[in-house]
Design a protein around this ligand. Structure first.
Ligand code: FES
Ligand code: FES
Length: 161
């Protein structure tokens, strides 16, 4: 039976009808809404590259059924910044060359945003703990940690969000 879902994505209201309410949120974002920044990696909630913010909390969405997001606010990587006006996290990742292949980065940026929204002055250990669920197979971990620290400092100094 077709089900209708109302929720918000990147600040915009979305109303969607789906034949299968168990359709994962990741498929909804990519296939129904054309938001391709959120990546499919393992599909098993193991790698973190499908991370989005749900009501401000970073969550993997590859196995999260559509019915569970009704009425909620989703933020994807497309909601962080633009090439012309990057979020301080995105700028810091560019400055620190924190990506290699880049496949993990949208998930890592979303997790980092969730962390900095909650804790603007995280220690390196707190950043590493927050990013524990995000796998980077390229091994860019040190540069990623440096980039998150840099973004946190810039946001504290008043960088525009
Ligand atoms: S694709 Fe969701 S955790 Fe790997
Ligand atoms: S930069 Fe390649 S997986 Fe992280």
């Amino acid at each position: 039976m077709t089900q209708k879902f109302d929720f918000h994505v990147n600040g915009k209201p979305v109303s969607l009808s789906l034949d299968n309410e168990e359709t994962p949120l990741l498929n909804v974002l990519r296939n129904e809404l054309g938001l391709m920044g959120t990546r499919f990696g393992c599909g098993l909630e193991q790698c973190g590259c499908c991370m989005v913010l749900i009501d401000g909390v970073p969550e993997k969405c590859c196995s999260k059924p559509a019915w569970s997001i009704a009425g909620k606010a989703i933020t994807t990587i497309e909601g962080l910044g633009t090439p012309e006006r990057p979020h301080p996290l995105q700028q810091a990742f560019i400055d620190e060359q924190a990506g290699q292949c880049g496949y993990c980065l949208s998930g890592i940026l979303i997790t980092a945003k969730g962390l900095l929204d909650k804790n603007p002055s995280p220690t390196r250990a707190e950043i590493a703990t927050a990013l524990d669920s995000n796998i980077c197979r390229c091994g860019s971990h040190n540069r990623i940690l440096r980039a998150v620290e840099k973004a946190a400092a810039q946001i504290r100094a008043g960088a525009k969000l």
